[in-house]
Design a protein around this ligand. Structure first.
Ligand code: CA
Length: 145
């Protein structure tokens, strides 16, 4: 049975980290991926909890985005911080996640689907949050568990 840590292969993990790095090049926003084995209860509540636990609400422009995957109950969710909610609509998040779900359901091209989602967030946020001069990497690009 796959677990959070081997849900993606090492080379897929590298691709995901690279997608985050590429997405963050064009924006001051920060993107993270968190994977757990099991999500107890509402995934949105869980992802909010992780968001705060990882201090993702503390970015300068309040523009961090967290992708969340619960492997065993096949849940995926994404949330963005306050700054982003003022700019994009719920429809943006719904479409983003709806583009990723089929790959997870079919267990096919999951890494590609997630990377595309990450890049899409980067493109969308580049408009509202262009990179600052120093564009610091405020949050680690590594996948957390
Ligand atoms: Ca980062």
């Amino acid at each position: 049975m796959p677990t959070a840590k081997n849900f993606f292969t090492p080379s897929e993990k590298e691709k995901i980290i690279q997608a985050i790095i590429n997405a963050e090049k064009n924006t001051s926003a920060e993107i993270k991926v968190h994977i757990q084995n099991f999500c107890l209860g509402d995934p949105i509540k869980q992802v909010q909890k992780i968001f705060f636990k990882q201090k993702m609400h503390k970015t300068i422009h309040q523009n961090a985005v967290l992708f969340y995957i619960a492997v065993w109950n096949k849940k995926i969710a994404v949330i963005g911080d306050k700054g982003i909610h003022e700019k994009v609509t719920q429809k943006f998040w719904d479409e983003l996640i709806n583009d990723i779900i089929p790959a997870f359901k079919k267990n096919h091209n999951k890494c590609e689907a997630l990377c595309n989602g990450i890049l899409k967030v980067g493109e969308a946020l580049a408009k509202y949050f262009p990179p600052t001069e120093s564009n610091p990497d405020e949050l680690s690009n590594e996948i957390s568990y």
